[in-house]
Ligand binder design. Structure first.
Ligand code: NAP
Length: 363
């Protein structure tokens, strides 16, 4: 590619926004040219808008430090400065987030981390290894809403760890109909500054508002079918979730029990399916794709957030402890990096996938 595509980050000062800047610093296709956040940050240089400092690993990208931050509401500036945006801003009112993303989509593609559009029937919710075909709704979305751009969302960070391993088994012909999952979620999942220190040290908080509902419902849309002009949720699986906040900085761990509908694979079959699982991001050799989407760890005490969250740029899902379950059929542990695979990295991968499959939609 001769010239890189100019991209904007909405919510550039936040936890996820900073990871976007970090991961896009030397991206072969995309170049960050536009930054936006709340009206409090607007008009400031990026380095000064980071009131709480730089939290992502490494240093703040030097090319962004003096860039002027715009108000997310300033769509005119975005139209002049970038071809599409990653949306990672937050507002107390979900309707306001949806309205702002709609405004952008009138003019350019939007790849969103927010939950506002996840249940919109014509908005694809993509995990690139699972449902890349759902992008085919985009022409209909554009036509119906009279948008030049479009919106693609990624799911909640709580389900990135376990859904790809489940999907790999389903794709290999083993229908799973029951899932019980307990997540142990990092504090960075709540943004910055997140959960107060005194609530987190020496503690586990067994409640994260809205998280269990998302963990149980969002997989059904991702595994669902595109019928006519909307997604029909998959009905063949029941998921029950407990979501806990734990004193870990990054990396959501999930302890999972699964039951098969009829045919039950052996333990060796399952491990072999996971180890050999490959999907469109790997076939297309997308820059952000992990080379191996699922890494199986044989050690009895893995995966662990501290040791395994950064596997393959933080984009691989690490799985281990597969063993028989006396209640359902099998149980295992799975881990993914919440602010990378579950947020900025996943958003970038979705944009790469969309760009590779339909470059004309970015013109
Ligand atoms: P965060 O650290 O709290 O950052 C929030 C961002 O939104 C900041 O850039 C902030 O700008 C901006 N913002 C706040 N109020 C605004 C307003 N009224 N108008 C425009 N911008 C506003 O949150 P985060 O963790 O990065 O999360 C951002 C989004 O990603 C959320 O929708 C979240 O649910 C989602 N997400 C987060 C994770 C994760 O692991 N953290 C994972 C998946 C998805 P200022 O600095 O100017 O206030």
């Amino acid at each position: 590619m001769n010239k890189k595509i100019a991209v904007g980050i909405l919510g550039a000062t936040g936890m996820v926004g900073q990871h976007y800047l970090r991961l896009l610093e030397n991206h072969p296709w995309f170049e960050v040219t536009y930054l936006a956040a709340s009206s409090h940050s607007a008009g400031l240089k990026y380095r000064d808008a980071l009131k709480q400092g730089w939290h992502a690993s490494g240093d703040m990208p030097a090319a962004q430090a003096d860039r002027l931050v715009h108000d997310v509401a300033d769509i005119k500036a975005a139209r002049n400065q970038c071809a599409f945006v990653f949306s990672a801003f937050d507002m107390p009112d979900k309707d306001a987030v949806r309205a702002a993303e709609n405004e952008y989509a009138q003019h350019m593609p939007v790849f969103s981390n927010a939950s506002a559009h996840r249940s919109s029937p014509d908005v694809p919710m993509i995990i690139a290894e699972i449902n890349p075909g759902h992008l085919s709704i985009i022409p209909q979305q554009q036509q119906k809403r009279e948008w030049k751009g479009f919106i693609v969302v990624k799911p909640n960070c709580s389900l990135q760890s376990y859904l790809t391993p489940l999907y790999a088994l389903m794709k290999a012909g083993y229908a799973i109909d029951r899932v019980a999952v307990t997540t142990l979620q990092a504090v960075s999942g709540a943004g910055y500054p997140g959960v107060p220190t005194l609530d987190m040290i020496d503690n586990v908080v067994p409640f994260i508002s809205g998280e269990e509902e998302k963990t149980e419902c969002e997989p059904l849309k991702i595994l669902g079918d595109l019928v006519d002009e909307s997604f029909v949720p998959y009905e063949g699986i029941r998921i029950s979730a407990h979501c806990n906040r734990v004193p870990v900085t990054d990396g959501h761990l999930a302890n999972v029990m699964i039951g098969f509908k009829d045919k039950k694979p052996s333990r060796d079959d399952i491990i072999s399916i996971w180890k050999s699982f490959s999907a469109e991001p790997q076939t297309l050799d997308l820059p952000m794709a992990p080379r191996q989407a699922i890494i199986y760890l044989d050690q009895a005490n893995r995966p662990q957030p501290k040791r395994d969250r950064d596997s393959d740029k933080g984009m691989a899902v690490s799985v281990g402890r597969l063993r028989p379950c006396p209640l359902l059929d099998y149980k295992f542990s799975a881990l993914s990096h919440n602010t990378v695979r579950g947020a900025a990295g996943g958003g970038i991968l979705n944009a790469e996938l969309a760009f590779k499959k339909m470059p004309h939609a970015f013109a």
